[in-house]
Ligand binder design. Structure first.
Ligand SMILES: *Cc1c(COP(=O)(O)O)cnc(C)c1O
Length: 457
């Protein structure tokens, strides 16, 4: 615990010097910031010594809990050797070993690993690789340089990643900067734009996708999707078979399938990667968030052998992939990522979470009777609860009501940190969470939703 004088000073300095992401700073400046000082397992602890359940895994990154001994140790061990060296013209042991591990765990057929620092850059790299791939693979076929994307998709905040994103609130004012793309409706079964119901719909939402591919495949370098769960959209779940069908369509029309596993990767859906649920191998796959267990910023773009081969040639053929970052393949990040993957093996993380996924479903079930809960969406440890003003008409709360925000504030008061996505409340616990902690998280969630929605109705 920090002495109260230091605490006040930190809060002052925060307001004086910091600009927080996705934050209206005018509002922030009026508030007392929660300053997180420590963490242990599923808990984080602030400078006043208050303990909070980490209900969103520190923004979807933490995997095995805070301060896992094996991850702490791996980081210290690497620190005693070297903190950073470059991958431009050199290599380093953790980067090499991690690439081998990733290829081993990734969907079969992804054979090469290109490092970067965060989810957005991993996506940018996939986009650039896709465009350059087609230039070099089929130079005479004309440019394949645009992308098919889904509405409500989120792929990051850099300009390329925004271009293939679909959340208007984040991208609208930057429209002049974005490159042109082709958009299709996502599978949002609760509010199906076609007013159909799965499975009798036979995934009719993929018909427009096929029509676009049929008509535009000569101009399309790739289709980018978040496999199984459109996370930032509010945990939208694709119906079973959607991803596999998308793979078939991409193969049929010779367009690359880019899987953005930044949110879904590393066990969050109950398998190591979401693509594994449907036996799908994408052509390019972006990973980041859980890669280092939530310890350090690191990302990777995995590519198939076919894509990699298209970049080989004599130097003066200029087939090199001219892309790289100062911290590409950072040894500290790679060392802790290796330890992260080792824990999956040693602790049988994925096997052990299966009964708890079922328990979480059981705990969540009763919330569906609350008068303002429209839909509960769960895939593994990814949960979104969509709040509505009226369950019968499924009327969404107006954005100005900030219903999600208010629920998460209430949850914080009750000892759990979570983040909303508009009118969707998100729960995404670390994979190491215990059944008792899950029960506690859901109790806080239920009480917070009740307190806020039943007071405002
Ligand atoms: C978070 C996220 C990103 C962006 O990752 P950053 O590390 O925040 O740049 C990209 N895609 C998906 C699916 C994400 O959830």
């Amino acid at each position: 615990m920090t002495p109260s004088r230091d605490r006040d000073r930190l809060a002052d300095w925060d307001r004086t010097f910091l600009w927080h992401p996705f934050t209206q700073m005018k509002e922030w400046e009026r508030e007392q910031p929660v300053i997180i000082e420590r963490g242990k397992g599923s808990y984080v602890i602030d400078t006043e010594g208050r303990r909070y359940l980490d209900g969103v895994s520190s923004l979807w990154v933490n995997v095995h809990g805070h301060r896992h001994p094996r991850l702490d140790r791996a980081l210290r061990a690497q620190l005693s050797r070297i903190a950073h060296s470059t991958l431009l013209g050199l290599s380093n042991p953790p980067a090499i070993r991690l690439a081998r591990e990733l290829v081993r765990l990734a969907p079969a057929g992804l054979t090469k690993v290109f490092y970067s620092d965060n989810g957005s850059t991993a996506v940018e790299i996939a986009l650039k690789m896709a465009v350059q791939y087609w230039r070099q693979r089929r130079p005479k076929a004309g440019p394949k340089r645009t992308f098919l994307r889904l509405q409500l998709a989120y792929h990051g905040d850099t300009v390329g990643a925004m271009s293939v994103g679909g959340i208007d609130l984040f991208r609208d004012r930057f429209r002049p900067l974005l490159f042109p793309t082709v958009a299709a409706e996502p599978p949002y079964c609760y509010r199906c734009p076609l007013r159909l119901t799965y499975p009798s719909c036979a995934m009719a939402c993929l018909d427009p996708v096929e029509r676009i591919l049929k008509r535009r495949h000569r101009a399309l370098a790739g289709v980018i999707i978040e496999p199984l769960v459109q996370a930032a959209a509010g945990m939208l779940l694709a119906p079973p078979g959607y991803l596999a069908r998308m793979r078939e369509l991409c193969t049929k029309y010779q367009v690359l399938l880019i899987a953005d596993e930044v949110a879904t990767g590393f066990g969050r859906t109950g398998r190591m990667f979401a693509c594994a649920h449907e036996g799908v191998t994408p052509d390019l796959m972006a990973v980041s968030k859980g890669l280092t267990g939530g310890y350090l910023p690191l990302a990777a773009t995995l590519a198939t052998e076919d894509i990699y081969q298209a970049f080989l040639g004599d130097y003066a053929e200029w087939k090199t992939f001219f892309h790289g970052h100062s911290y590409t393949g950072n040894p500290l990040g790679c060392a802790v990522a290796l330890a992260n993957l080792e824990v999956f093996r040693k602790e049988r993380t994925l096997a052990r979470m299966q009964p708890r996924i079922t328990a979480l479903r059981r705990f969540l079930q009763p919330l569906s009777t609350l008068s303002h809960v429209g839909e509960i969406r769960q895939r593994g440890y990814m949960v979104g609860i969509e709040l509505v003003t009226d369950r019968a008409t499924r009327t969404p709360y107006p954005p100005t009501e900030r219903i999600g925000h208010r629920v998460t504030r209430e949850a914080r008061r009750r000892g759990m940190l979570i983040r909303p996505l508009g009118h969707v409340v998100v729960l995404m616990p670390p994979l190491s969470v215990t059944t008792a902690e899950l029960a506690r998280m859901v109790t806080i969630l239920r009480e917070s939703i009740r307190t806020v929605t039943e007071a405002s109705s």
